[in-house]
Design a protein around this ligand. Sequence first.
Ligand SMILES: [Zn+2]
Length: 243
Amino acid sequence: MTEQLYFENSSVRSFDATVARTLSDRLVLNATHFYPTGGGQPHDTGTIETVDGDRTWTVTAVEKKDEIYHSVSGPDHLPEPGTAVRGELDWPRRYAHMRYHTAQHLLSAHLLSAYDAETTGNQLYADHAHLDCAYDRFTETDLADIETALNGLVEDDREVRWYTMDRETAEAELDPERTRIALLPASITNLRIVEIAGENEEPLDRTACAGTHVSATGEIGEITVTGRKTQGSEHERINFELD
Ligand SMILES: [Zn+2]
């Protein structure tokens, strides 16, 4: 399996790797910082070039299956396995995803603590996002309150950290309502836990999540709740945007 370097360090913009395999217009590397589509977060884009700078391909999609596949466009002749390459992320796009993803964690945590509304889904983009939750209907006042609470958490500039934990320990020790481990396929035995610092020892949020996040909530910037929409009975969608 391709080594998923973005799990450890989400702030790397360019990296060196070796081509492991090629398939028509797709490249598999031994290791990558390109995030593949998943968990409501879109894939990264950017470029992969040979280290001599001779040939450059544009990364148009990244997909995780048995390996991580980088769909590329550019010179017809893809590099041979073993070729040293350099990957460069489209950083504004990735950083926006990190900010939106962290904002989504704040929103999920707040909805659960203030409205007992569990998150059921989320989708983020580089310029807007939405989150679905189990709730009857938010009023305009609720939405204004939510926005104020979230921006307070941004202003607090709380630390965000992540680490891996084996599933058994996580199931025994962590709050299942928040981590939602039960929703993950049984094949996942090692979990990545993302935590946002609380006011005391207890974190504000602790979720199993494989996405990329900023390292402090202050990096999110101002959050605007742009609206709500019913998704059926006891199911609401909240739309939000970042500055
Ligand atoms: Zn996340």
